[in-house]
Every structure is written in C-alpha cells, then in structure tokens.
Ligand binder design. Sequence first.
Ligand SMILES: [Zn+2]
Length: 401
Amino acid sequence: MPFRFPLPRFPIAPDFLRASALIMPLALALMVIAPASGADVTVAKFRLNVPGAFCFTFDDALPTQLIYAAPYLDQVGLKGSFYLITNNVVDGAAGSPAIGKATTWADWKVVADSGHEIGSHTLTHRDLTTLTADVVAKELTESGAKIKEKLGITPVTLAYPYNARNAAVTKAMLQTYIAARESQVGYGSEPGMANTVAAMNKFLDDAIAGKKVQIGMIHGLTEPYSPTDPAMFLEHLKYCRKLVDDKRLWVPTFGTYSRYRIEKDSVRIVNLPSTLPHTIEFRAESPLDSAVFNVPLTFLYKIPDLPADSVKVMRANAPVPFQFNGELVLIEALPGPAAITISWNASSDGIRAILPGTGRKDGKAPGDLRLINGQREPMKKGLPTGPLFGTQPAQSQIRIP
Ligand SMILES: [Zn+2]
C-alpha cells in the first residue's frame, strides 16, 4: 500500500501569493499611521538568540549508538537524530544490542520515546544518484512508511546514503521530508574527521564563533568503520552541555532545527497600529502546515526608549513567555493569526533628571543591567539571563525620590 505523508504546504502555493498581494498594500498603509516604534520585530536566527547551533546526527542504525550514544545524550540531557537504514532493522526484544547483530525496532522505540529524532537513511543504503526515479521514490517513501509503521512517528528528515544527492534526488526528497542533511562535520578515524576531544569540541566552538549551524555526523562508537571513542564522546557531550547552559549554543535535533529554519524563512511579520504609548503590536503569519511546523520561533524586539521596565507580552488576553535583557525582548511563540502585544513603562525621563545625559541612575549604558523586582542584576553581555523562558516576575517601577 503506498504510504502518504501529511505533506507540508510550502510557501510557493498560489493562494499564499494572492494573500501577499492583498496584504502588502494594507501593511504599507498601516506603517504610515502606526506610531513610530524606532524598531521592528525580527526573528532570531537560532532559538533564544544564542550565537551558534549544533545537531548530532547518527547514521546507519548501528548497535553502539544504542549502547553508548543515546544513553550518553540522555545523561547530559541533549537530543540527537538517528538515521535508520530501515531494511537493516529487525523485529525482536529491546535491551540487548551487540556489535555484529542487527538492531531492533523495540530498541529504537526506546530511543524515540526519550525524545530523540528518528529519521530515514533509506531502505537499503544505495547511492540515490545512481537509481531510477521510481527506485529513488521507493527508497524515500517506503523507509519513512516503515518507521511510521514500527514506531508510530512520521519522520521529517533524511540523511542521504554516502551524502550523495543531485537536483532530482533533492526534489524527490522534498516530496516526503522537510529537509535532508546537506553539509556535515565528521566524527571518527577517517581522514579529515575528528577523533580527539579537542577536535570534536572545536566543531562546537566554530559554530559559536561563526554564528552558524554545524551538523555533526557520527557512525559507530566502536564498530570497525570510522569509530568514535565512547569515553571521548561523553567528555565532548559534557563540554557541549556546558555551552548550552551558558546560552552560547542551541542543540536541537536536526528535525527541530530544520522546522525552525523553514518557519523563520517563511514567516511574515505584520506590524499593527497601536494607539497606546510604549506599546507595539504585531502578527506573525506563516503559510506552513502547523501540524508539521510546530516549533516556536524566537521573536526579538529592541525597546526604543530605554531604560524600560514592567515589560509585558500578551496574546489573546493571555501572558506570553518572554525574556527581557535590559533592552531586547525575546518572545518564544508559534506563528498564528492572534496578534502579540509588547508593552513597557519608559522611566527614562525621571532618571535623566538625576543623572543628566546618562539615562541611568548608575551612569552605565543601557543594556548591561536589568531590573527584576526593582533590583539590578549583572548580565552576560548580549545574552538573555534568568530562568529559561519563565514569565518575568512582576517588576516594580523605579521611583524617583
Ligand atoms: Zn550511511
């Protein structure tokens, strides 16, 4: 029986273009009558506006991924993406993976239930660029159908066997998946791959320094082909965890990263007029299927009149989780028809009366301090602080004696 995925509606659909043609003049008209906000709402490149991103991807459904990789990821609280050659996975009990033996669906179910991504590495691991279109389609769709049948989840991403692809293969892939891994940094003993902790950690540092995403490709951890030492890998994961805790690195599954990237690239932000002072309102419209594209985006808004406090973010009469780092509001929300309102109190006039020209009581530049319950706290430069996306505690206004 042919398997059909709930295909995402991609943004090139004619009805989306027609909608744009109607909404654009309206949006332009609103910009004219909207009060000048001094800034626009944008979407962060990566969740929480951290500088870099990294995804762990594992190929070929190898036993040591079950013995070491998934448990180690669980130990440090990170998630990875496991790409199965579905014809190599067998029925059978969970819990006894061994090198030289096929892995079982029951074992991969445990991995999936821990929150890791299961993706397709095709049925048989043949080079898709050498196959007819019909065989390519079968390799892509039937592997996805098998994962759906055995694990009850619809895979959304793919790793090409041998990373081999061409335009026709990529086009066929997008009939069934939202994305495939198209660039990677390799772990293991092959030339050019990382097989020391320092080399592995450099992948993460490079993602941060380059403000980019890097996709790590891992095979077995002790199998003969290009192994990665398990103890080194665990040490590397602990370093990765620290970068995540320091809010320097985002480590989603490749599927979550791909959803975020596609949503970010297709969302349209419509600024709405607000007659209230110190208030802006916007709507984030997405042409994508929200059943598949369900990863919240991080919206950024730089408050124009600083210092500000009592920041509030609302949507349909309900508070929306956000962070405020002294000048930048970070809001995590799904696109949708309901408008989001950001409001704040601007207390700059009174403060300038005390320290003319500085804008602050302490004379420091805005942005290096923030207010929580009226107390100033130092923050890490340029990054959000405080509890991860809890709604801000009530903030008292600065009172001028
Ligand atoms: Zn492979």
